[in-house]
Design a protein around this ligand. Structure first.
Ligand code: SF4
Ligand code: SF4
Length: 270
């Protein structure tokens, strides 16, 4: 369990995953950035009373591709940039951006649900894991994708900690760019994984057929291979392997990254 505010942790990143941002079919960083830049400009007109909330909705409906990966998960039209530098994404209806007025009453979920929702990461992640991720990541897109993927985070820490024989200490990451770089490279696999299953709608380990979804499991028997210790990571990365050679290469990528982290982490102890 963590007591760190995962949604808006600092000035250079934030998360809006539960508002549905990764559920758009067009969910690349560039596509979402364009969407949020446009909305942020448009919503400033609502704040200045130059546009009604209904007209805002209508323009967004007209201008945006609303196609979703999983149709029953809502994608909220009120996610935009929250700061001048446009580094933090989040709810433009929140009272902090509207002189104390809580405009979430106008939202699809309503004020109470939006205000009271804390995703499972708050329960499952631990402070040391969050602190290390916060130190390594400085962009909203990757941060939101990683902080909400419990398997992806937990497996990395679990394997590394088993290897070094202790809980990774965030203080050891301070002023250690080489350590933070390894964590960043691991997280970066979220956007640059060569074994991603592009053949069907996927959301991490889930795949979708219309309204139905199921977990996409890797068939190790068909690959004539032993189950990977990184199976949960592969599922998080929406992996699909054509043959054992691909699986071996994927294992090596994760193995090497965690090995590099462990070596750098314990370098001073030798
Ligand atoms: S998914 Fe979790 S961390 Fe992200 S905005 Fe929602 S509650 Fe906050
Ligand atoms: S209204 Fe609710 S769902 Fe929409 S952006 Fe705000 S918090 Fe997210």
């Amino acid at each position: 369990m963590t007591d760190i505010h995962l949604c808006q942790p600092d000035a250079c990143k934030s998360c809006a995953a539960c508002c549905g941002i990764y559920n758009y079919v067009e969910n690349t960083r560039g596509a979402l950035e364009r969407r949020f830049h446009f909305r942020t400009g448009l919503f400033s007109r609502v704040r200045d009373n130059r546009m009604s909330m209904e007209d805002y909705r209508e323009v967004v409906r007209h201008r945006e591709n609303a196609k979703r990966i999983y149709t029953t998960i809502y994608t909220c039209e009120f996610v935009g940039f929250l700061d001048e530098a446009r580094r933090r994404v989040g709810c433009m209806l929140h009272p902090s951006g509207n002189n104390g007025d809580d405009l979430r009453v106008k939202s699809f979920y309503g004020r109470e649900i939006c205000d009271g929702h804390f995703c499972p990461s708050y329960q499952k992640l631990e402070n040391h894991e969050v602190k290390i991720l916060l130190a390594a990541l400085d962009d909203w897109y990757l941060y939101g994708a990683v902080i909400t993927d419990i398997d992806f985070v937990k497996t990395f820490f679990h394997v590394a900690q088993n290897r070094v024989g202790e809980t990774l200490d965030p203080r050891k990451f301070v002023n250690r760019p080489e350590l933070l770089d390894i964590v960043r490279r691991y997280c970066g696999l979220k956007t640059a994984w060569p074994f991603s299953d592009t053949g069907r709608p996927r959301f991490g380990k889930y795949y979708f057929v219309g309204e139905e979804y199921d977990i996409a499991r890797i068939d190790y028997e068909a690959l004539c291979a032993e189950p990977s210790p990184y199976d949960a990571v592969f599922a998080s990365l929406s992996s699909s392997f054509q043959n054992k050679d691909e699986l071996d290469r994927a294992n090596l990528v994760i193995h090497d990254l965690i090995g590099d982290l462990c070596n750098a982490y314990t370098a001073d102890d030798r």
